[in-house]
Design a protein around this ligand. Sequence first.
Ligand SMILES: Cc1cc2nc3c(=O)[nH]c(=O)nc-3n(C[C@H](O)[C@H](O)[C@H](O)COP(=O)(O)O)c2cc1C
Length: 176
Amino acid sequence: MKYAVIYDSPTGNTKMLAEEIKRYMDRQSGSTEECLYFGEPVPDVANVEGLSEAEIIFAGFWTDKGDSGAKLAGFLESLHGSRVFLFGTAGFGGSQEYFSRILNKVATHLAPDNTVAGRYMCQGKMPVTVRKRYESVLEKNPEDERMKSMIENFDRALPHPDISDMENLRNVLSAL
Ligand SMILES: Cc1cc2nc3c(=O)[nH]c(=O)nc-3n(C[C@H](O)[C@H](O)[C@H](O)COP(=O)(O)O)c2cc1C
């Protein structure tokens, strides 16, 4: 199956999923030739030669205020008549409902003549500066329960994406 992987991943979490997808697809076909594009959504990516031949486009995003980052959103908006697999990472996790809400929002960037072939999300670690910011808020107000749970979530996110996130991703891919 000819495919392309386009991802936006400023801190590398979503890139890890993108690489796993490429490994999986190349192993399935026994070749690296089916990959038409692997990389970031450069401005003219929708016109990259051969991309229109992709039978499936894997589009990866990081979560920015409950939506995909603007770069990936712009790419999704440029697609027509494509089969798209949406995948992404978010700093918060723990519930499929949360991921579903984000994925539904990201899917609104696709024109109705595209189809969503599959979707996958997992948690992704955040930069340590984020924890420092939480800590300084908590220092000023040690009873701030919300900040305590933000710190707990930050620590839970640290190992992600992990081995089981990759396994879950492969399971979703195997249903394609
Ligand atoms: C400016 C900014 C906004 C973010 N907004 C959210 C958000 O709304 N929800 C969430 O779960 N994570 C949010 N995050 C966390 C990132 O989505 C998460 O760490 C993601 O795995 C980063 O992916 P990347 O490593 O591929 O860049 C935000 C991070 C930054 C820096």
